[in-house]
Design a protein around this ligand. Structure first.
Ligand code: AHM
Ligand code: MG
Length: 344
């Protein structure tokens, strides 16, 4: 039986890319190293600060015990920042882009990440994950500008996520299929476990924080009511699955099909999820697996953000399910006309 490691797989993809210099391969390798460190840390989160505090391990070094999301941000920034492959890092945890100083030898890529998404789930042993996205520097010269940091979703050259769940899985795409690798904790190596992932054309689950019902607009309520209707000939009612961790909800949707939604609402008028760190990378992955990602009106990868922390509504998953969402949302707007779906 063939056991392809993540490192081998990345190298094979590099060989198939004319003119590749190895810089991208190095970057991917560094992401993998950081992912292993976070995985170890996440899996020992239950040991908690008390034990470290009691043994004095952390205090002896004069370092405070960091929260896991902060720890992930620091770990990725350090490892990727010193890899000589990127010139800037943006992160959900940082207000501004981190520009790589000349002494750390900036490279030609831009790295964007949500270092630990779904972190409200850490305390309760529910899956959390890292999401990343890679673009190439576009502007000439050494200076990193908005032209580099605010690129259209379609310009991503790779995206991926690592889910720290019942096992740790690393899923990525460089635009040639979507591939998943499971971490063998004994060997400390990621092995290809999910080659060429393809999302089912239609699923049977919807995934949304339905507790937000009162803050949704009528179109959103209509869509969810429709999915719950008893209409077996069209596969309804759909089942509801919602973890509240995008990586986990997305991973399930990718494997089993279905529709994940985080619409705008009166609490988050622009939407909750971020373009650069959540929506765009997941959209890149889902499209490469044959699915779709939309704001409800517009393809996510057609969007060029105006700021690194831009938020937007997200409807992502099986092609037919996302199309159904777009159609129903548009139809309710036409029919009703008495609520404001038009903004944004
Ligand atoms: P975070 O980046 O602060 O962790 O928030 C993002 C998370 C996603 O993982 C998840 O899809 C969503 O927020 C859940 O939000 P809610 O708790 O409102 O349902
Ligand atoms: Mg997040």
């Amino acid at each position: 039986m063939e056991h392809t490691t993540l490192v081998q797989h990345i190298r094979q993809q590099e060989k198939a890319t004319p003119g590749a210099t190895g810089e991208f391969t190095s970057l991917m390798n560094e992401i993998m190293v950081a992912a292993k460190i976070i995985s170890l840390e996440v899996n020992s989160a239950g040991i908690g600060e008390d034990i470290f505090g009691l043994t004095g391990k952390i205090n002896a070094q004069g370092e405070e015990v960091k929260k896991l999301d902060e720890f992930s941000d620091i770990t990725f920034t350090k490892i990727i920042g010193q890899s000589g492959t990127v010139c800037a890092i943006t992160s959900e945890e940082k207000d501004e882009a981190y520009i790589i100083p000349p002494e750390d030898k900036p490279g030609k890529y831009i790295f964007m990440m949500d270092p630990l998404d779904g972190s409200s789930n850490i305390d309760v042993n529910v899956s959390i994950g890292t999401i990343f996205s890679i673009y190439k520097k576009k502007s000439p010269g050494d200076l990193v500008t908005d032209e580099d940091l605010l690129q259209k979703g379609d310009e991503q050259i790779a995206a991926g996520y690592i889910a720290y769940g019942s096992s740790t899985i690393f899923v990525y795409s460089t635009g040639h299929g979507v591939h998943g690798f499971t971490l063998d904790p004994a060997l400390g190596e990621f092995f290809l476990s999910h080659p060429d992932l393809v999302i089912p054309d239609q699923g049977s689950t919807y995934s949304i924080n339905e507790g937000n019902w009162v803050v949704w607009d009528e179109a959103q309520k209509d869509l969810v009511s429709y999915l719950k209707e008893d209409a077996p000939s069209s596969g309804r009612p759909y089942k509801l699955r919602y973890i509240g961790s995008l990586v986990a909800d997305f991973h399930r949707t990718l494997l089993k099909g279905g529709l994940f939604m985080y619409p705008r609402d009166t609490k988050s008028p622009k939407g909750k999820l971020r373009f650069s760190f959540e929506a765009a990378p997941m959209a890149f992955i889902v499209e490469n697996a044959g699915g779709k990602a939309s704001t409800g009106k517009q393809r996510i990868l057609d969007i060029t953000p105006t700021g690194i922390h831009d938020r937007l509504p997200l409807f992502i998953g099986s092609k037919k399910d996302v199309e159904l969402a777009e159609e129903r949302l548009a139809a309710t707007v036409k029919k009703g006309g008495w609520f404001k779906w038009l903004s944004g």
